[in-house]
Each structure stands twice: as structure tokens, then as C-alpha cells.
Design a protein around this ligand. Structure first.
Ligand SMILES: *Cc1c(COP(=O)(O)O)cnc(C)c1O
Length: 219
């Protein structure tokens, strides 16, 4: 599975984030040995437990909802935070990045699902954040793109519409705020069930768990 997936992604020049949440370290190492370096986790505790046990050159992506009081635990090493859904969390990441003498790359998470979902900004909220004086003064974060999650549904047309919406949000922000910024280029969308559609709609990062590691057992 891994090799065919990598080939498919190469055609689109997209990055694979292997979502290893709930899976043990040996499963991660198995993919690592095949060359995979980018892994994603959605719980801070699980990530800080795993990180010291695994090779140093893994790029750890944080993909879940992040609470402000937990940012300090991942700030020393996290590679990319996909889930910025408020000015408050960005403020805290900037502060903890500064404490660690780092610049942390982040993605703005947008609400694209037509169903009611909890997390993610609207385009208007994204604009407000980017236009705020506070954001402009943040020196220890770098926004490199956007992230979104589609509705969990078999309706492919709906999923495609939602991915198109994220691409259009990205294009809008790129034009209005990041025209000169080459680093603002990432669109994180697509999971095991819908990554092929996401690639067709312009994804640059897919987050895939089940397809690589099998079903999760939440016990
Ligand atoms: C779990 C998770 C994934 C991976 O989902 P699969 O269906 O197992 O591929 C991707 N993105 C986020 C934000 C997740 O929480």
C-alpha cells in the first residue's frame, strides 16, 4: 500500500503525512524504515510520549484540536501545526515558539464541511486574524497554508464541493495577504477515504491513517 500511495502522490507532488494516532511505535518505525519521515498525531499526550522514543529526524505534524495550555509540550519539536482555529491559539504558539527560540510553521484550519462541525475558521474570521495588529507582530510563527476536513459522507460531489471551497479560500488568502510570500503554498486536505478527490482538487498535503496502519482500535 505504502509504495503505490507514494507513487500516486509523487504525480501530484503532494506530501504524505502518515497519521499514526493510536498506533504503536513499532508500526511507525516500520514505515520509517521504508523512508517515511512525516507523521501526524492529534493528541498532545500521545505525541509527547512517542516523540522521544522515535528517530530525531521525524517531522511531527499536529493535526488535532489544540488547547492553549498544552502548546508548551510540543513547541520544542513540532514541525507543522495544521489546526489553527483561533487567534488565541496562534498567540500561544507564538509565545511558546519564542521561548524555544524557534519559528513554528502553522496552517489555518477552515470549516468547509456542510455538516455542522466544531472546529475551524470562516473565511471572514481568517481575514480578521490576518488583518489584526497582533498577528502582524507575531515573529515566531509562520503561516504556510490552510487545512480542512470534509464531511464524513459517501456523497462524492459534496466532498468535492468542500475541497473546492478550501482551494478557493486558499487562493483568496494567497492573493489578498500572501502574494509575495512563497512559503504560503500548502493545502492540507484528504484522508484515507477521500485523498484521491482531494489531490484532484489541489491538495498539497494528505493526512492518511487507516489506509497505512489499518483500522484504529480505541478500546
Ligand atoms: C485521524 C485523522 C486523519 C486520518 O484519518 P484516516 O481516515 O484514518 O485516514 C486525518 N486528519 C485528521 C485531522 C485526523 O484526525
Amino acid at each position: 500500500m505504502f509504495n503505490t500511495l507514494i507513487q500516486e502522490l509523487q504525480a501530484y507532488r503532494a506530501l504524505l503525512v502518515a497519521v499514526s494516532k493510536t498506533h504503536p511505535e513499532f508500526a511507525i518505525l516500520k514505515l520509517y524504515e521504508q523512508g517515511q519521515r512525516d507523521f501526524g498525531e492529534n493528541r498532545v499526550q500521545e505525541l509527547v510520549d512517542k516523540q522521544p522514543e522515535l528517530p530525531d529526524d521525524i517531522n511531527w505534524h499536529f493535526i488535532g484540536h489544540l488547547q492553549t495550555n498544552k502548546v508548551k509540550y510540543i513547541a520544542p519539536f513540532v514541525h507543522l501545526i495544521h489546526s489553527i482555529d483561533s487567534p488565541r491559539i496562534l498567540r500561544e504558539i507564538n509565545k511558546q515558539a519564542k521561548n524555544n527560540d524557534r519559528i513554528i510553521d502553522c496552517l489555518l484550519q477552515f470549516k468547509i464541511a456542510e455538516e455542522a462541525t466544531k472546529y475551524g475558521l470562516s473565511l471572514e474570521e481568517g481575514r480578521q486574524l490576518l488583518e489584526s495588529a497582533e498577528y502582524r507582530e507575531m515573529e515566531n510563527i509562520r503561516l504556510v497554508g490552510v487545512m480542512g476536513m470534509s464531511t464524513y459522507t459517501d456523497d462524492k460531489q459534496q466532498v468535492r464541493r468542500e475541497f473546492r471551497r478550501l482551494k478557493s479560500i486558499f487562493d483568496t488568502l494567497k492573493t489578498d495577504y500572501f502574494a509575495e510570500a512563497d512559503h504560503f503554498k500548502e493545502i492540507s486536505m484528504g484522508m484515507s477515504d477521500d485523498y484521491a478527490l482531494a489531490l484532484e482538487e489541489g491538495s498539497t498535503i494528505v493526512r492518511i491513517g487507516t489506509l497505512l496502519f489499518g483500522q484504529r482500535d480505541y478500546g
